[in-house]
Design a protein around this ligand. Structure first.
Ligand code: PMP
Length: 473
């Protein structure tokens, strides 16, 4: 315990920044470099984004673009919005936050609790779509009298606050002994600002990125780590990266699959007592790799952006993890036991292929239906579930002209089960789940209604097989 004399703040905003570093004790590899974590959830709004939110508002006030009685508007996956809502409450502004629909319920409730108005919009849309988070927020800011768009993606106050605070804090707290900084990138503000400062001291900067994120060279397909990395909708014409992200700041990138990230999140809670979000798990998973490589003379610092408390319904919900194939049910038989061993690999056809091309793929294909997927330049054999747009069969294409895109003929998106779900529980869940029912090729083969319906089998959040419902036993 430290001194009993805590500080007295003039407002809660004095509590932004100066967060502690905590040493990891149990999950660091033997012989590896120590890993210390920057506890950004200790900011009063609960995340690293409090720093950017406060800095952007103070800068806008100083420049006279945000005036008394004004409205702060931002597109945010949650934390920047929460930070801005907190600052708005203290400084007397209204606040409107545009958030993607997949944002956790806890984050949306927090935004409303701080008095912000929340506008939900589909998250997985092309960049040019007027419903895209950034486009919608920009329009709302323009149409709101006294509206000011914080624009975390383009506002230099975002990275600058990390150059001025986060970087120097880490340098001072480690007594200049840090050798490696590890951080993820959403807007890139944290890694750009902190990285620039620490680079001047010779520190190696490592970006942690979800495996399929575009930043690290992935195919841009959806992943299960909220608020970090870069998703690319296949119909996006011009992929826009945040202006504030200096992608040259990282000396290298560690690409981390979601399974490794989410298992690290669980270990941090259970073995280190650190309840953190998935982007923190991503950073630590990368930091553990760096630690093993750096050896005992190194000192690795990972930035942990937020707390796990706002993801209890996701990363800490065993049912959520199990149905996505990240976790095994405590009791078998598991779905994969019932299905038997087979090489993971999903045969697919892109939605942009012609019907004739799809027929050629169907020729000799023995599965209950063929998944139709978003077109991506990839040779992947596993697919993110949101990229599966539906399925086709030879029968469903009967009499259809051969030269049109097959995507317009796809039936409903199949239901999905995790490979580690209890098979009986999975069957029961599917019988109450109509998303696979009504499929053109399903029903009526003798083993019960819907036994021919296609079902995706997920491993670590990605579809690896397509089976029929009857295959589950
Ligand atoms: N993790 C979480 C949980 C976040 O909310 C954000 C902000 N989008 C980040 C990481 C990335 O931070 P930055 O925008 O500074 O790159």
């Amino acid at each position: 315990m430290g001194s009993i004399e805590g500080p007295v703040y003039t407002s809660v905003l004095d509590g932004v920044g100066a967060t502690p570093l905590v040493r990891l004790n149990r999950i660091v590899p033997a012989g590896g470099a120590p890993v210390w974590v920057k506890t950004e959830w200790a900011n009063p709004g609960g995340s690293v984004k409090d720093r950017a939110a406060l800095a952007m508002v103070l800068d806008a006030e100083q420049r006279g673009v945000l005036r008394p009685g004004g409205t702060i508007v931002e597109g945010s996956s949650g934390n920047t919005g929460i930070g801005l809502a907190m600052v708005a409450a203290v400084r007397g502004y209204a606040c409107i936050v545009v958030a993607p629909e997949r944002t956790t319920a806890e984050k949306i409730a927090l935004l409303r609790a701080y008095g912000a108005e929340v506008v939900l919009t589909p998250g997985l849309v092309p960049r040019e779509d007027p419903r895209h988070v950034v486009n919608l927020a920009t329009r709302i800011a323009e149409e709101t009298p006294g509206g000011w768009l914080a624009d975390q993606y383009g506002n230099p106050a975002n990275p600058d606050v990390h150059t001025a605070t986060t970087g120097p804090e880490i340098w001072a707290q480690t007594g200049g002994r840090i050798t490696h900084l590890v951080a993820g990138a959403g807007t890139g503000g944290t890694i750009t600002g902190t990285g620039h400062h620490l680079h001047e001291h010779g520190v190696t900067v490592v970006a942690a990125d979800p495996e399929t994120s575009r930043y690290g060279g992935g195919d841009g397909s959806p992943y299960n780590v909220e608020a970090v990395g870069h998703y690319l909708h296949p119909l996006t014409e011009q992929d826009v990266w945040p202006a504030v992200y200096d992608t040259g700041v990282a000396d290298r990138t560690e690409r981390v699959p979601d399974g490794e990230t989410l298992r690290t999140v669980r270990r941090l809670a259970r073995e280190e007592g650190l309840l953190v979000g998935a982007s923190a798990g991503l950073a630590v998973a990368a930091a553990l790799r760096v630690s093993a490589e750096a050896g005992p003379d190194g000192l690795v610092v990972a930035v942990l952006p937020d707390s796990g408390r706002i993801y209890l319904s996701k990363y800490f919900d065993d049912a959520w993890l199990t149905t996505l194939g990240f976790l095994d049910a405590p009791e078998g038989p598991l779905v994969r036991d019932v299905l038997g061993a087979s090489e993971p690999g999903l045969t697919v056809v892109p939605a942009t292929a012609t019907v004739d091309e799809a027929r050629a793929v169907l020729d000799g294909y023995t599965g209950p239906a063929l998944p139709v997927v978003q077109p991506r330049a990839t040779s992947a054999t596993t697919w993110a579930v949101p990229d599966v747009v539906g399925t086709i069969t030879a029968a469903s294409l009967d009499g259809v002209r051969g030269d049109g895109p097959v995507g317009t003929h796809a039936g409903p998106v199949p239901a999905a089960v995790g490979h580690g779900e209890n098979a009986d529980a999975a069957r029961e869940r599917l019988s109450g789940n109509e998303s696979g029912a009504g499929f053109a090729g399903g029903c009526g083969s003798g083993a019960g209604p819907g036994s021919e319906d296609p079902v995706l089998v997920l491993v670590d959040g990605r579809a690896v097989h397509l089976v029929s419902r009857g295959d589950l036993g």
